[in-house]
Design a protein around this ligand. Structure first.
Ligand code: A3P
Length: 314
């Protein structure tokens, strides 16, 4: 598990490697033993798959009456990123820390701030959490206890999005990644990026695809027909919502509105750069050379053989 979690050799923030492994040892067991509640909703995904989008949608569906007033606060004040402490200590000197201090004064990353926040989350609200961890690093009874929504995105676009994300990810220690796209793509195919091998992440979920507490959504389907996907989600989450309320959730989480909110939010903007970058399917073709495209296709064919899924790439 440790190997999955460190930034790869390609990543420039060397102190980050050490801190991250230290924090996994320190907090991984805590995360594994985290107690879920029956009415929790856990968003699961490989990074850059549309986690923030689906989280905003779910939050607005669960809290339709709060969208106008609370919907503009930072997403992590409403949806708890439970492994944040483990993978983001590179940002401990970043403005993100200020926000965490506001919620939990005196907290240090190594205290497991995100976990503590989720644990003590207000009882009045239905708790919504997100994690990028591989399913087997989370509590084995998670799906027996509460509902989980997995968002999957085609690996080419995940890779492109990851590239821009790491290029933008900045703390006082420097940029997370300054190499070429091809270097990042090689690391992604090797499973060397934070959160490790893409296919392993997906396969662990697909093994549970018929579990009644698991709902799988594809980023590309959400792009193509957001209302259709929200209706399925409404049923899965047993929510009594009108179509009008679904419209409100859709609008609250539109790319344009989310981007606008980011601009207003200094904290997020300063350490993550342009997080809401493009939000499109098929950006891969703008970066990959023919040679890389061929190798990626072969990698996809090899790893998706026998899996009952077909990604859309445009
Ligand atoms: P791009 O980098 O391709 O633009 P995550 O939240 O898992 O880190 O995923 C981030 C990706 O989701 C980014 O992709 C981001 O732009 C995209 N995204 C975020 N909000 C979105 C929205 N409302 N609609 C479409 N895409 C969105």
């Amino acid at each position: 598990a440790r190997g999955f979690l460190g930034y790869s050799r390609l990543v420039r923030i060397k102190p980050g490697d050490i801190i991250m492994n230290y924090l996994y040892e320190h907090l991984g067991t805590k995360l594994y033993n985290f107690q879920y509640r029956k009415d929790d909703i856990v968003v699961l995904s490989y990074p850059k798959s549309g986690t923030t989008w689906i989280s905003e949608l779910i939050w607005a569906m669960v809290n339709p009456q709060k969208v106008a007033e609370e919907g503009t606060t930072h997403i992590h004040e409403r949806v708890f990123y439970i492994d944040q402490d483990i993978v983001l200590p590179v940002m401990e000197d970043s403005p993100m820390m200020e926000q965490l201090q506001r919620i939990s004064p005196g907290a240090k990353w190594s205290d497991g701030v995100a976990l503590q926040l989720a644990e003590t989350a207000c009882q009045r609200n239905r708790r919504i959490m997100w994690s990028h961890m591989h399913l087997n690093l989370l509590h084995p009874h998670l799906l027996e206890t509460c509902k989980a929504v997995y968002i999957a995105r085609n690996p080419k676009d995940v890779c492109v999005s990851y590239f821009h994300f790491l290029r933008n990810l900045e703390s006082r220690k420097g940029r997370a990644f300054e190499g070429e796209f091809s270097m990042l793509a090689e690391a992604f195919m090797k499973g060397d990026l934070p959160y490790g091998p893409y296919w392993d992440h997906l396969k662990q979920i697909l093994q549970k695809k018929n579990h009644e507490n698991l709902h799988i959504i594809f980023y590309e389907d959400l792009k193509a027909d957001v209302m259709g996907e929200l209706k399925k989600l409404r049923e899965f989450l047993n929510l009594t919502l009108t179509d009008e309320e679904l419209n409100i959730a859709r609008d609250h989480a539109s790319f344009e509105r989310m981007k606008l909110r980011e601009r207003g939010g200094r904290v997020f903007k300063e350490c993550l750069g342009d997080f809401y970058r493009k939000g499109e399917v098929g950006d891969w073709k703008n970066l990959a050379t023919d040679d890389l495209d061929e190798r990626m296709d072969a990698w996809i064919a090899q790893n998706s053989a026998g899996l009952d899924i077909e990604f859309r790439y445009q």
